[in-house]
Design a protein around this ligand. Sequence first.
Ligand SMILES: [Zn+2]
Length: 431
Amino acid sequence: MPLDLLIRYANLPDGRTNQDIAVKDGRIVEVRPAIEAEAVREIEARNRLVSPPFVDTHFHMDATLSLGIPRLNESGTLLEGIALWGELKPLLIVEAVVERALRYCDLAVAQGLLAIRTHVDVCDDRLTGVEALLDVRERMKPYLDLQLVAFPQDGYYRSPSAAENLKRALDMGVDVVGGIPHFERTMQDGAASVRALCEIAAERGLRVDMHCDETDDPLSRHIETLAYETHRLGLQGRVVGSHLTSMHSMDNHYVSKLLPLIAEAGVHAVANPVINIVIQGRHDTYPKRRGLTRVAEMRSHGVNVAFGQDCVMDPWYSLGNADMLEVAHMGLHVGQLTSREAMRFCFDAVTANPARAMGLEGYGLEPGCHADLVVLQAEDPIEAIRLKATRLFVVRRGQIIAETPARRTALSLPERPGAVDAANYAPRAVQ
Ligand SMILES: [Zn+2]
């Protein structure tokens, strides 16, 4: 029996070159040079980078593509964004949220983004977003993995029905327990919310992903409580602290105690560089803080760090394109992650690291993994980030589900006829 798919002469993210990838029944069966086998479909990668798909572990799909509804965010600030979301929320209907989310998923598939963890606001007694995104999760299952987080946007204690709604959302099938401790009325309430929400997750056998310390206030220390509760409840490896921007501004001595606690608890850290750089530091005059959490320092303590996208064309952010290479590019710059090793890490921060944070099964390029792959118009991870490389082929469970022609511009310069290619070669599909 022939293979379903054979990819030839691939460069892999770990630096191996000239690798052939054999696919059968939706799984990778072999990765090595010069595989001799028949295949229904072949892709000549020609030393282009073949990667497992991009993964976005921090997104808001209930709000995406709502730009301009009911009006635009004229100031571009977080506060006007929150006010706008408050105006939009009562107007939401399930069909419209589904339609926008599906359109976003199409864009994600085109960009090779095949796993997304989205927060869904449960501070709406109708649970419109929950109903809509549960439907989208099922409909998109053949193409991408969607995880939902029950997110009490207006505060678990501060919003009167949030606790009840969060339980209802979990009963309906939402995957992960969310929170927003820095938005509660007091530090004590914030810490209590972390404790209560982690206990709910432990009782139900669920994962936790909290918006945690998304502020420039160096005294916002809910990550400490999150690490403590993770340790106390035996949730190691199952908890994500998202944003962690206060850590940017914290006292260095305190951070030297905090980082080993995060590592000990196996809490994953997710920075959202595109959003952090535009939202943080807004109360500063000059110098203005960047607000990105301490990525390099957490890595050196062995903490798994990923980059998320957070927002695309919604009340908070008017730009974005489901392009995780744009996110990696921003993280590289804002975090000054410019050593060769750190630049390669930035590619992992939008692929393997978020997959680990989400607990995705069968992710990777080893034999036995799902045959979910992206062929990029770049030779290696650093070039992929530099070019925000074209996704030439996107493969899901061994089937090509998206193709984009290689980028190439014909020149009309009389003295210098020819063409400019974003990269030197382009792979070719052979029927
Ligand atoms: Zn968020």
